[in-house]
Design a protein around this ligand. Structure first.
Ligand SMILES: C[S@@+](CC[C@H](N)C(=O)[O-])C[C@H]1O[C@@H](n2cnc3c(N)ncnc32)[C@H](O)[C@@H]1O
Length: 230
């Protein structure tokens, strides 16, 4: 479980560490190591016991929009290694959060974890059963696997976002909220039109923990008008 609380705003960076190439390391793995070791969010995540630096993205979003209220039921899609799930449990309470990922995730006290492909036919039903009714908040940090071929990657990103919205329309309670990772250049126009029809308000957020060079950004959609029952 995460320890202590992040005070808001980007954490300060400690002294720079430099990993050298050699010892069988490729240039790209040296670059990755240097970035990880010198990333203040990675250091802060370790200090506070979060499993990923991604935790700070959700903290920033939720500090601003106040979505994760005590007692809310939450679905966390693309949850591994579990930073968002830790934040969600800490804010809404125990036994209110269902997390899903393709990858195996270590247990998080107070959360139900499902290992499954979200795009599998039975994934939605498994999530619904595990949650035991409708959700107040759906979080999606799903990142579809990309292959570097822009046409194929684009289709995968769009298909994933549409699958999330199909699911949301069947599980989100009236007035519920959605945080959805999207990628710039990923056919946002159609997606946004659908979100605007379904929710009262839509905002785009690029949290400070989201790397500037990453095309990711988050849509925060509040006040669902569809009203799933159960
Ligand atoms: C950026 S990571 C999520 C980080 C997480 N929010 C955290 O705080 O630790 C994106 C996740 O999406 C998952 N993912 C991608 N495609 C998926 C799919 N079809 N079904 C389930 N999970 C998927 C990946 O396995 C990966 O763990």
């Amino acid at each position: 479980m995460a320890r202590g609380r992040h005070g808001g705003g980007p954490p300060r960076r400690s002294a720079t560490v430099k990993v050298r190439s050699g010892r069988g390391r490729s240039t790209s793995s040296v670059r990755w190591l240097n970035r990880q070791l010198n990333d203040p969010y990675v250091q802060e995540a370790q200090r506070l016991g979060y499993r990923s630096r991604a935790a700070f993205k959700l903290i920033e979003i939720d500090d601003r929009f106040k979505l994760l209220r005590s007692g809310c039921k939450v679905v966390d899609l693309g949850a591994a290694p579990g930073g968002w799930t830790q934040v969600a449990v800490a804010r809404v309470g125990r036994n209110r959060v269902v997390a899903l990922d393709l990858l195996e995730m270590l247990a998080i006290e107070g959360a139900t974890i499902l290992q499954a492909d979200f795009l599998d036919e039975d994934a939605s039903e498994r999530l619904r059963t595990a949650l035991g009714g409708s959700a107040d908040v759906v979080l999606s940090d799903l990142s579809p696997k990309t292959i570097g071929h822009s046409g194929t990657d684009h289709l995968r990103i769009v298909a994933m976002a549409e699958a999330v919205l199909d699911f949301v329309e069947t599980i989100l309670a009236d007035g519920g909220d959605l945080v959805l990772k999207v990628f710039q250049g990923g056919a946002e126009r159609d997606l946004l039109a659908r979100l605007r029809r379904g929710f009262k308000e839509i905002k785009h957020v690029k949290p400070s923990a989201s790397r500037k060079e990453s095309p990711e950004l988050y849509v925060v959609a509040t006040g669902f008008k569809g009203g799933a029952r159960g």
